[in-house]
Design a protein around this ligand. Structure first.
Ligand code: EPU
Length: 335
């Protein structure tokens, strides 16, 4: 069923907690709801506002925001080892992780506590602690706005890469994700290689799904601000991927610079480290600041507007450019 709001305050619908309004917002559950919504034609301006965890509103929105609220999780196939699960787009991502962990299903436990909804997971291919959503996504179901029909896209064809997918490019503004199908496994497949994960898991009594979930949750809680208390959108910037020659030049000067191999011989750098070393960690101007414990995260110190956050972000980008000659792109969608 569709629920419709007009001239709606978005403050509680974006994790930055900025106060902007939208002309119209429609909550949908099913594909039929979307058919009904688009029956009268395609609105001139529309945008999917999911959990609002990766968005910065810099002004009021004149068009229609479309929000998934369907929250069903349905196991579809079970061959004794692998289980295919469908999650509707409005399922809270972390509820899905908890659902899987409770049932002894491996595959997404490292993505514990990532804020946002399941339907948004494929869009930016959410990732953390050595795991990405693409590793588990089997298929994505979506409503095609132009044709009014449902489409299913195989995970292999979603153009997944680091914080990237076809949904940010070719399919942007053309489809609305209605559900995501994941392949999860009963055979344990622990991924403990990232940072402190192994140590935190051992401290909880050794490898189990529950211990991994709790270890990751604890690591995240220690580093990342809770959007319920401090407005933020997680990593505001993406980690830059640079040519090997650029990484070599930087490493000659900063031998302790974190760096990771990326596809095609390129090198991924840690934007948090670059911002930190540029001297911006914990720095605030007006109502906006760089988080004290993770420099990738910009925070609303209370009452910030979207344009203030954006202006501050531009300064951070400039500081990193001047210090290291590296461009850091925003991860957050700016509307
Ligand atoms: N670092 C610093 N100072 C900082 C932050 C990081 O020196 O202020 C250094 C760390 O010491 C480490 C390296 O940079 O050597 C990487 O830091 P971290 O492990 O904290 O991860 P990240 O690269 O900063 C990424 C994701 C996070 C995810 C973590 C863990 C992106 C844009 N961010 O951060 O995702 O939780 O890895 O896997 O890729 C998000 O996307 O919203 C998010 C929080």
């Amino acid at each position: 069923m569709i629920r419709e709001f007009t001239h709606i305050d978005l403050r509680d619908r974006n994790s930055f907690g900025v106060e902007q309004r939208a002309a119209r917002l429609v909550e949908f559950e099913t594909a039929d709801d979307l058919r009904e919504l688009f029956r009268g034609g395609i609105p001139e301006q529309w945008y999917v506002l999911s959990g609002g965890n990766n968005i910065l509103f810099t002004r009021d929105y004149d068009g229609v925001l479309i929000t998934p609220v369907g929250r069903r999780i349905t196991p579809l196939l079970d061959d004794g080892e692998a289980v295919l699960v469908r999650a509707e787009a409005g399922v809270e991502w972390d509820d899905l992780v908890e659902w899987a962990v409770e049932r002894g299903l491996w595959g997404i436990e490292n993505l514990s506590l990532i804020p946002g909804k399941a339907g948004a997971a494929p869009v930016q291919n959410i990732g953390a602690y050595g795991c990405e959503a693409k590793d588990a996504i089997e298929r994505v179901e979506m409503f095609c706005v132009e044709t009014g029909t449902m489409l299913t896209l195989d995970g292999r064809h979603c153009g997944f890469a680091y914080r990237e997918s076809v949904f940010k490019h070719e399919l942007r503004g053309r489809v609305i994700i209605t559900s995501v199908m994941l392949r999860l496994h009963r055979t344990p497949q622990p991924k403990l290689g990232y940072g402190d994960v192994e140590r935190e898991v051992e401290a909880r009594g050794g490898v189990s799904l529950r211990n991994i979930r709790e270890a990751i949750s604890a690591i995240r809680r220690a580093k990342l601000p809770d959007p319920k208390q401090t407005g933020n959108a997680g990593s505001f910037f993406k980690n830059p991927v640079v040519e090997a020659s650029v990484a070599e030049r930087l490493l000659a000067q900063w031998p302790d610079m974190p760096h990771y191999p990326a596809p095609e011989g390129r090198v991924k750098l840690a934007a948090g480290w670059l911002i930190d070393r540029a001297g911006w960690k914990g720095h605030s101007e007006g109502h906006v600041g760089v988080h004290e414990r993770q420099a990738l995260v910009l925070v609303n110190r209370g009452g910030a507007t979207g344009s203030e956050v954006l202006a501050f972000a531009r300064k951070v980008q400039q500081a990193v450019r001047e210090r290291f000659g590296v461009e850091i792109d925003t991860e957050v969608n700016i509307l």
